[in-house]
Design a protein around this ligand. Sequence first.
Ligand code: ZN
Length: 135
Amino acid sequence: MAFQGVEHIGIAVKDLNSSIALFESLLGSLCYKIEIVDSEQVNTGFFQTGSAKIELLESTDPDSVIAKHIQKKGEGIHHIAFAVDDIEKEMKRLSEAGFVLLSEKPKMGADNKLVCFLHPKSTNQVLIELCMDKK
Ligand code: ZN
C-alpha cells in the first residue's frame, strides 16, 4: 500500500471569484466545478491541470479552518492531497506508524471524495489530505 500520486493541491484564497479568474488566466483552462463543502465551511473551485488538480478554497465562515489559516499565514498553499485506493487501510497504516489523523473516520469532502487529513505537527508542518473516490 502506498499513496497513488498527488490528486490535488489546495490553495487558500480570500476571494474565490477573483482567484478563479486569476487561475483561469494562469493555467489556460477553465474552472470546471464550484462546490460548497458545508462540513468544512468552504467554497471550492477546481481546475484540471493534467495529473493533479488545483483546488481553490475560500472560507464561508469567519471561524472556519481556512479563515484562520489566512489570518495567520495569508493566502497560499494550504494542503497537498494524495489519492489512495483504500482510505481506511491507509488511515490505519499511518496511525500505527505514529501519524496523527484529524478524524477517526473518513469524511465527505469536495468532488465526491472521502477524505482524511493528517495533523501537520506529524508531517513537517505540511497539511496532508488522503482522498479516495466515493464509490
Ligand atoms: Zn483538498
